[in-house]
Design a protein around this ligand. Sequence first.
Ligand code: KG4
Ligand code: ZN
Length: 380
Amino acid sequence: MILGIESSCDETAAAVVRSGRHLLAGVVASQIALHSPYGGVVPELASREHLRSVLPVTRAAMEKAGLAYQDVDAVAVTSGPGLAGALLTGVSFAKSLAWALGKPLIAVNHIEGHIHAVLLEESERASRDVEFPVLALVVSGGHTHLFLAERRGTSWHYRNVGHTRDDAAGEAFDKTAKLLGLGYPGGPVIDRLARFGDAKAVKFTFAQLKHSARQTSKRAAVANEDGPRFDFSYSGIKTAVLRHVELHEMFPAIEERHHALMSIAKPTDEDYRGLCDQHTLDLIASFQAAVVGDLTKRTLAACEEFGVRTLLVTGGVAANSALRASFEKQGARRGLRVCFPSRGMSTDNAAMIAAAAYPKFLAGEFAGMDLTAEANLKLR
Ligand code: KG4
Ligand code: ZN
């Protein structure tokens, strides 16, 4: 019975998972309303809000699971990557709790958590076990990573075979939405508005990224990241959207939209749509189609290179309808099994942290009381 705690960005979450595969209770307190006026996460505000929420959220999860603290076998916590102050709140809380209960503490990498969000739900569904080789695309506000995942005994091991060289895909969604006056977070709004626009209206192109093994840096080679790579880049498309906006003098309308949306407490889909002209909807649809197309193309090229049998697509952007449809269609064409988490499990939560901790529990991989937050923690 593992209690998981997550506080790496703008969600405070606690969950209890039994044997790594049965979610007993999960509670998520989102800070979206707090950060929304700023068009992005404000780190200092995030830390303070985690501090306020972590205990009530944990109590709520324990109550929902119908457990007493002594029923818990270990406390797992996200130790990185993420915002240092935000992570530190969860880490300090989990350490205190584990120490007070005399239970082991387990440190979990947030990215590994996203991968286990899919594995948890796959095993809950009691469907077939995943077939190896397994490739995971972790695509969120902070990450766009490709990992080959391997299971040795009960432990999981990862090899990074691709990452973004600049912005993460979710960051591109968020920055584009902010630029168009649509608020934060941008992904869900763009997802809902894109269906009303013409995805072929604006043409976006992506740079060719060179990946030969010889070109990888010494540091990457040392980190066992040599070999074929499938990197991404999403800062260019953000600039291209900005150019389009400047060229078509869209700023006055954007300003108006921004103010109108700020005056509505909880804008509905109709509010958003009513405040966007067809040109804007077309731009949104074209942006989404371009990002989805690029993510699909590069990921499937990696699947082909490594003879992948199962593809896990996870992280906040995996909630995107067009992304899901694209991978499902292309995967089916290639006989590739593609697994997504449910939408609620795509974005940050603590069930994925508790699930990722289970193999570490079995292997006795416990953290000491000197555990600290690591903003740039790498996954191996
Ligand atoms: O995994 P997550 O909750 O936090 C990070 O680890 O970053 O992901 C949040 C990101 C945000 O950038 C958000 O805009 C994006 O996921 N996102 C979406 C959708 N829902 C959330 N992006 C595209 N379409 C969506 N439906
Ligand atoms: Zn995340």
